[in-house]
Design a protein around this ligand. Structure first.
Ligand SMILES: NC(=O)c1ccc[n+]([C@@H]2O[C@H](COP(=O)([O-])OP(=O)(O)OC[C@H]3O[C@@H](n4cnc5c(N)ncnc54)[C@H](O)[C@@H]3O)[C@@H](O)[C@H]2O)c1
Length: 349
């Protein structure tokens, strides 16, 4: 599988114009946005690219709750009305919700049309837009329907981040820290001491994080081995995120992953892989940026039940990616449920 090329820097100076005026000169152009990227990002795209003045713009409602097969169907119906054909191109302008959804639609509509990702969230830039996984949720089950499908190109322009809310910065920052923890000690150091993410996360740091993801998926595009390491922090993270989902204490994905990384680093230490000193370094930094949780006993049980659901697990075991060092993964391990319960105590107060 060939990975899509990624370009960093101002969109107006990128090769997007060339791509639109050569490969797609005769194609119909459709732009997919959500309500927020329509307001905050669309205008700058349209003003820079004359060729997009006649593009059809499709707006979908924002938020994970709308990353559904029903919304995807609505978009496909709009494509049908616009008579979108196999040679046309979809530009996905938004966060991971839009690039996941748009990538999915591009992969199935008319047996596949071209698409271009222009991520507008930090998480999209360092993670979601890269690697060719697309998908929508089915009755709350995340990404249950999806494909592997590469866009023609990915353009990463930090200028879109100016309007990004603080909470979304923290979401993306968690995935940046994850990339550093699994692959790059010096990047971990560079990511420390950031008081105001908005001002201190440079396009250079974004590029370093994106490159880590790109490199891992290049080596393992279909997630048969190494790509699974990107799930570091996600076994625990996903479990607590799901348990609190419809609750007044619901937490964001990034927050859940950050706490998941504390828990899974703790497991790494308990099993003699990560040194105690390194564990405390990880814990201290993450606790500084992300609040601990209060979970009822019932919620702890539910988190365990959720982690057990993973079909890859053998009986009474839970799969977790463990660290050997800051910047180095040891591998994917099966841990006992008792250790899973124990590590939850590290992220609750
Ligand atoms: N495909 C993958 O490999 C992969 C990897 C990680 C995450 N994901 C998916 O990505 C999604 C999360 O991505 P996300 O965090 O970008 O969420 P998102 O796309 O929902 O964006 C978060 C919020 O920010 C708003 N927004 C986007 N850009 C903005 C901007 N420039 N200014 C102001 N507001 C803006 C959005 O409208 C939304 O309200 C999840 O659905 C997750 O499953 C996919």
């Amino acid at each position: 599988v060939i990975q899509a090329p990624i370009e960093f820097g101002p969109l107006s100076e990128s090769t997007l114009n060339v791509l639109l005026e050569t490969t797609f000169s005769r194609s119909k152009k459709i732009i997919l946005v959500d309500e927020n990227t329509q307001v905050n990002c669309l205008e700058s795209l349209l003003t820079h690219f004359e060729v997009l003045s006649e593009a059809e713009v499709i707006v979908i409602p924002a938020g994970e709750v709308n990353k559904t097969i029903d919304v995807a169907t609505q978009v496909c119906l709009a494509f049908k009305d616009y008579e979108v054909g196999r040679n046309d191109v979809l530009i996905n302008l938004g966060g991971g919700m839009v690039t996941d959804m748009g990538g999915f639609i591009a992969s199935i509509y008319n047996r596949g049309i071209s698409c271009i990702h222009v991520p507008t969230t930090l998480l999209g830039m360092v993670d979601a837009a890269i690697g060719g996984k697309t998908g929508v949720d089915l009755e709350g089950a995340k990404n249950l329907i999806g494909t592997f499908y590469q866009p023609d190109a990915i353009y990463i322009d930090g200028a879109f981040l100016i309007t990004l809310p603080d909470e979304e910065w923290l979401n993306g920052y968690a995935e940046m820290l994850k990339h550093a923890l699994i692959a790059d000690f010096s990047l971990w150091n560079k990511l420390q001491g950031k008081k105001e993410l908005k001002k201190e996360i440079s396009i250079e740091l974004i590029r370093e994080c994106s490159n880590i993801k790109q490199q891992i998926v290049l080596e393992d595009p279909m997630e048969k081995g190494k790509r699974k390491f990107l799930n570091f922090g996600h076994t625990v993270g996903h479990a607590i995120e799901s348990v609190l989902l419809d609750n007044e204490h619901a937490i964001s994905h990034g927050h859940a992953v950050a706490l998941g990384m504390i828990a899974e680093s703790y497991v790494s230490m308990k099993l003699g892989l990560l040194s105690m000193e390194n564990y405390y370094t990880v814990e201290t930094h993450l606790k500084k940026c992300y609040n601990l949780l209060s979970l009822t006993n019932e919620e702890v049980e539910e988190a365990l039940a959720f982690a057990r659901l993973d079909k890859k697990n053998s009986l009474n075991k839970i799969n977790v990616v463990l660290l050997k060092n800051i910047g180095q993964v040891e591998g994917l391990f099966e841990i006992d449920e008792s250790l899973f319960m124990e590590c939850l105590t590290k992220i609750t107060n």
